[in-house]
Design a protein around this ligand. Structure first.
Ligand SMILES: Nc1ncnc2c1ncn2[C@@H]1O[C@H](COP(=O)(O)OP(=O)(O)OP(=O)(O)O)[C@@H](O)[C@H]1O
Ligand SMILES: [Mg+2]
Length: 318
């Protein structure tokens, strides 16, 4: 295991008094295997950044313990730091220095000689197509260029584990795809990656395993496939004109419906086989004179997993 965390908690206290406590992380257990791409998926404020910052030793946990690369995050923080790459959510580069100098500096901090740092910086400039912009002050780069450049900085020392906190937020689709490609290359080289995201498709496409976090707790854990399977194959989303409670009870009683979840004025019925079940759903509602305003059939996504565990949609949770 490259990461083993047990009951990690973080409570921030801002100002005096009890009302000012924020329980950002409320007991998180994680096990990340060597070479795995692991995602922490959750809405804004779920505690993703706080979790990553604890594991990367930038903020001490209030309680709990964790080993990263076999080192204790509290007692051996310097050893942890020397063995990881970390790309913060906001970037963290020297705005006035040219991009290439920032990269070289990161190499020097990691203990490389000047020549090694230069060679590694040039290699990364190539990988991330930063060639033409490498000599400009970092502050003149566009948001997406900065993001790519920040990720490059995290990779300077070729660490066995890299933390990427929302690496693709703010990137255009092309650069997002490029970054996914880089993460896949890292995995192919045997590097472990822990990334946070609030994009369902990103977690689905990129990670071997993930946890879904909400309000500082893990609500689900597994491979994307297993998690989606758990909520069943297909989802029929129905909007009835009125009597939603009656419609809900009715659908719940149908034998081919595994579960019905209500989300505001929508009902989501989970079915093993949506194509065969859809006509039966229509008939059942019609039989009781319920008026259907809309009905759609879709495959279960990680959003359905989130919805099942939290009662709300990740898309709206922010
Ligand atoms: N230094 C701090 N002091 C007080 N509260 C904090 C501090 N840092 C984070 N929090 C609070 O802890 C909670 C979790 O924050 P965190 O940044 O970990 O969430 P996140 O999942 O990374 O969200 P986002 O997707 O918006 O980046 C939030 O309610 C946040 O306001
Ligand atoms: Mg964050």
């Amino acid at each position: 295991m490259i990461i083993e965390a047990h009951e990690l908690r973080k409570t921030f206290v801002s100002g005096r008094g009890k009302g000012n406590e924020v329980e950002a992380v409320r007991g998180i257990d994680l096990e990340v295997a060597d070479g795995e791409v692991f995602a922490v998926l959750g809405p804004n404020g779920a505690g993703k950044t706080t979790t990553v910052r604890m594991l990367a030793t930038f903020t001490p946990p209030t309680s709990g313990r964790a080993l990263v690369n076999g080192f204790d995050i509290v007692k051996q923080a310097d050893k942890v730091r020397a063995s990881i790459g970390y790309v913060s959510q906001s970037g963290g580069v020297d705005d006035l220095a040219p991009a290439i100098e920032n990269l070289m500096l990161a190499g020097r901090i990691a203990g490389m000689s000047k020549a090694q740092a230069k060679a590694r910086a040039e290699e990364l400039m190539e990988i991330f197509a930063l060639g033409e912009i490498g000599n400009r002050p970092a502050r003149t780069l566009s948001g997406g260029q900065k993001r790519r450049f920040a990720v490059a900085i995290g990779l300077v020392a070729a660490p066995p584990l890299i933390f990427l906190d929302e690496p693709t937020t703010g990137l255009d689709p092309q650069n997002r795809a490029n970054l996914w490609e880089e993460v896949r290359k890292l995995r192919a080289q045997g590097t472990s990656v822990l990334l946070t995201t609030h994009y369902l498709d990103e977690a689905d496409a990129l990670c071997d395993r993930l946890v879904i976090v909400d309000h500082g707790r893990i609500v689900a854990e597994g491979t994307p496939e297993a998690l989606k399977k758990e909520v069943a194959g297909d989802v029929v989303t129905v909007k009835v004109a009125d009597r939603i409670e009656q419609a809900r009870a009715l659908l719940s009683a149908e034998p081919y419906v595994r579960e019905v979840v209500q989300e505001d004025d929508l009902l989501r019925a989970y079915l093993d086989d949506g194509e065969r079940g859809l006509p039966s759903v229509l008939r059942a509602l019609d039989r009781d004179g319920l008026v259907i305003q809309s009905i759609t059939l879709s495959r279960a996504t990680l959003d359905d997993v989130f919805l099942k565990h939290t009662g709300r949609s990740l898309r709206d949770a922010a």
